[in-house]
Design a protein around this ligand. Structure first.
Ligand SMILES: N[C@@H](CCC(=O)N[C@@H](CS)C(=O)NCC(=O)O)C(=O)O
Length: 217
């Protein structure tokens, strides 16, 4: 199996979900190693000492330690749905929207999700801080079905798992929140075959376990 890249992943991690979606759509096959974050296998830490997932170890031994690098790599090999088939100025706009997600929205999301760990402010205050970004997404989605056009892009896939996390913090609140287009977009992704296929459960990997090919054939 030395000729197949290795993916260290954690099922519910939004960064890992975006990577698995891109890997699955590209068809670039990997050996999936499901990780328990509280008990990381030494092989992961040897491959990438910073200890976050997702991580890909390529066949030549080089390591990708950032989810977006994994997306870029597999889509550069195969991008059958044209997720990155956009003009360079649009790709730059996508990169900005993703960066805002990964930097500020993610921070507000964590504070909202784990509000009990951040007693300085109320859960509602943390949720309100998520609004500027979510409204930006809502504005885009109220004029087109996906963030940058009629069809799915790299940005939709990179951002969707985080909006999903937001929606799950208080599902009742989200169901009546002022984000109808965002809800619709989220619902289409969350019930789509691609997302469902990448959420399959795998047992945590340990040295000596048989390799699990992902996407499975
Ligand atoms: N910038 C990284 C972030 C990855 C990340 O933070 N992953 C979380 C899980 S969602 C993690 O592995 N945290 C380490 C831990 O909880 O020990 C990426 O894009 O891949």
């Amino acid at each position: 199996m030395n000729d197949v890249p290795i993916l260290y992943s954690f099922r519910r991690c939004p960064y890992a979900i975006r990577s698995r979606m891109a890997i699955a759509v590209s068809g670039v096959q990997m050996q999936l190693r499901e990780v328990v974050l509280k008990n990381k296998p030494p092989e992961l830490l040897l491959t990438s000492p910073k200890g976050t997932v997702p991580v890909v170890r390529r066949v030549d031994g080089s390591v990708l330690e950032q989810s977006l690098d994994i997306l870029d790599w597999v889509l550069s090999i195969s991008d059958p749905a044209g997720w990155k088939a956009y003009p360079s100025d649009v790709l730059a706009e996508m990169a900005n929207l993703i960066e805002e997600n990964d930097v500020s929205f993610k921070q507000h999301l964590d504070q909202y999700k784990y509000a009990d760990r951040y007693p300085d402010e109320s859960k509602e205050t943390y949720r309100a801080r998520c609004h500027t970004y979510l409204q930006k997404l809502e504005d885009r989605l109220s004029v087109q079905p996906h963030l940058f056009s009629e069809r799915v892009s790299y940005a939709d896939v990179a951002i969707f798992p985080f909006v999903r996390q937001f929606s799950k913090v208080d599902e009742q609140w989200f169901a009546q929140a002022p984000y109808p287009a965002l809800r619709n977009w989220l619902g289409r992704f969350a019930t789509g075959d691609l997302f469902i296929s990448v959420m399959k459960k795998y047992k945590p990997w340990r040295q000596g376990n048989p390799s699990m090919l992902f996407p499975s054939i």
